[in-house]
Design a protein around this ligand. Structure first.
Ligand SMILES: Nc1nc2c(ncn2[C@@H]2O[C@H](COP(=O)(O)OP(=O)(O)OP(=O)(O)O)[C@@H](O)[C@H]2O)c(=O)[nH]1
Ligand SMILES: [Mg+2]
Length: 307
């Protein structure tokens, strides 16, 4: 009743907050920390996030909807172009944009293009210096100053997305500037991602974590079946597509050891995240040109024709 009357009195606020930045800056870690649950996959490798992912946090009567985006880099392949396009379109229509920057990196090189484009966005711009657990405070102040000279930011925050330091302060500030309006998601919803895609992402995360430098970029995961049983358990069948037979052999590993470990870890994660017993089945198929196949882009809502 109270909630209803607040809504009627138009006391609610909602803000769409995009997180953009270079690959590996810690955007997904930050979204997960802000939401307080895993909504977006994380790995130590660059270009982990492949599409936009929304995570929701309630800050009093304000709903903060965070848009995690793929890292921005110079795209070469069709898939890379679709990812970078998804990143910028994640910023479209946002009420605030956070540029997440890995402060443990020495030199803000290669950032000019990103800052220039950011400058053209007519919204609140926030600089988030991340990974402060990795760097001395003195160095951090110099970096904050340099980046503020390179672009016009309304605020600068220093956080550790991993440890949580400074993350609540960022949310409080974002809530202050949130426009009045209805909530965009039901109060108890944490993410916009459907079960099937989320399950595929969990497996892709394990592929990123457990496979070497190249194979994660040559594969995609699709959920073919998601079947819920009356006892609450779920059966999930997924296909991992790779480009070459040699990559298939790597994913399977000696006597299937690698795929077994990927499956076990992904199943455990899936159970933990969905709070139900899951039976995960993985198949590995070679599809030479999957990155040129529009059908493989559809589950991620990626733009096949992105320039
Ligand atoms: N020490 C430290 N590591 C962090 C912090 N935030 C993120 N990381 C690590 O940085 C790596 C990349 O994190 P992600 O959250 O996947 O980065 P991202 O910006 O989403 O990367 P892409 O999706 O590839 O664009 C992971 O190994 C994280 O654990 C932090 O505050 N401190
Ligand atoms: Mg990410």
């Amino acid at each position: 009743m109270i909630e209803e009357s607040k809504k009627l009195q138009n006391e609610t606020r909602a803000s769409l907050v995009a997180l953009v930045g270079a690959p590996n800056a810690g955007k997904s870690t930050l979204v997960n920390q802000l939401v307080g649950a895993k909504v977006s996959i994380v790995s130590a490798k660059a270009q982990t996030t492949r599409t936009r992912v929304m995570g929701v946090r309630m800050q009093g009567e304000t709903q903060l909807v965070f848009v995690d985006t793929p890292g921005i880099f110079s795209p070469r392949r069709r898939l890379d172009r679709a990812m970078v396009h998804a990143a910028w379109s994640g910023a479209d229509g946002a009420d605030a944009i956070c540029l997440v920057y890995d402060a443990s990196r020495d030199n803000p090189k290669g950032l000019e293009g990103l800052l220039e484009k950011l400058q053209t966005q007519k919204t609140t711009r926030i600089l988030v210096l991340n990974k402060v657990d990795q760097i001395k405070r003195q160095k951090l102040l110099g970096l904050a100053q340099r980046l503020n000279e390179m672009a016009d930011f309304n605020h600068t925050f220093m956080v550790s997305a991993l440890m949580g330091d400074g993350v609540d302060d960022l949310a409080v500030e974002l809530a202050k500037t949130a426009p009045k309006g209805p909530w965009l998601f039901p109060e108890d919803q944490l993410s916009d991602m459907q079960d099937r895609l989320f399950a595929a992402e969990i497996t892709r995360e394990q592929a990123f974590r457990q496979l070497g430098q190249e194979v994660p970029y040559a594969l995609t995961v699709e959920t073919e079946e998601w079947k819920e049983f009356q006892n609450g358990e779920v059966r999930v069948e997924q296909t991992i597509y790779v480009e070459r037979a040699s990559q298939r052999a790597i994913v399977l590993g000696k006597s299937g050891e690698r795929i077994r470990r990927i499956r076990e870890a992904a199943q455990a994660e899936l159970q933990e995240a969905t709070d139900r017993k899951a039976h995960l089945f993985l198949f590995v198929k070679v599809r030479a040109n999957w990155t040129e196949d529009p059908e493989r882009y559809a589950p991620w809502a990626l733009d096949y024709n992105a320039e």
